[in-house]
Design a protein around this ligand. Sequence first.
Ligand SMILES: C[S@@+](CC[C@H](N)C(=O)[O-])C[C@H]1O[C@@H](n2cnc3c(N)ncnc32)[C@H](O)[C@@H]1O
Length: 208
Amino acid sequence: MRLRNVKGASEIIENCDYIIKNYKELKGNYKKIFNNNNPIHIEIGMGKGNFIIGMAQKYPDINFIGIEKYDSVIVRAIEKLDIEIPNLKLIKMDALDIEEVFDKEIDTIYLNFSDPWPKNRHEHRRLTSDAFLKRYDGVFKKDKKIIMKTDNRKLFEYSIMSLTNYGYKIKEISLDMYNDDIKDNVQTEYEKKFHDKGMPIYKIEVYK
Ligand SMILES: C[S@@+](CC[C@H](N)C(=O)[O-])C[C@H]1O[C@@H](n2cnc3c(N)ncnc32)[C@H](O)[C@@H]1O
């Protein structure tokens, strides 16, 4: 998702207290910005933020960090943040650099409606490709957990293969989340769009 340039986006981002600016300097010390030892969950490609904001409000004893690479998208999330949520922070960065940002401090990674990159030659850009799974290894604490939702059947099938080949075990899987009565769901913007059209939503939770 890349929205048209939003006027003044970089200024809005610069002035927003939810945004971590010195994110590379905090590597290994993220609990300091939250002032507690609670688990840290991140969403890569948070888009306009519905999920990460909703999760932070629903689970105050977990710290959440939303990651998004485009200014024009992250400002849409910032616009929703006229409330105080102490367990939420955002980082504007490309997940390609994730190993330079976190060190053995993340408990769970959420991948929601990630870009499918359908062409074979773009496989390395998929957030569940080997290239990214390798990057995630060092950011996790000892136990690794990835939770993914998508409308894209091909990306889902690809991700199951990629994750299990990489050593992840499946804890929960659904080929139609809304008919499988999966509880405690927080909807993302894309999820709402696809679910409202009657499309099935796929979900997988894996651990290692
Ligand atoms: C299809 S949108 C889904 C947004 C949101 N998760 C949702 O479900 O509504 C994918 C988002 O991931 C972001 N994204 C894709 N690759 C990324 C990367 N390597 N690092 C950070 N963000 C990324 C895109 O900019 C886009 O906003």
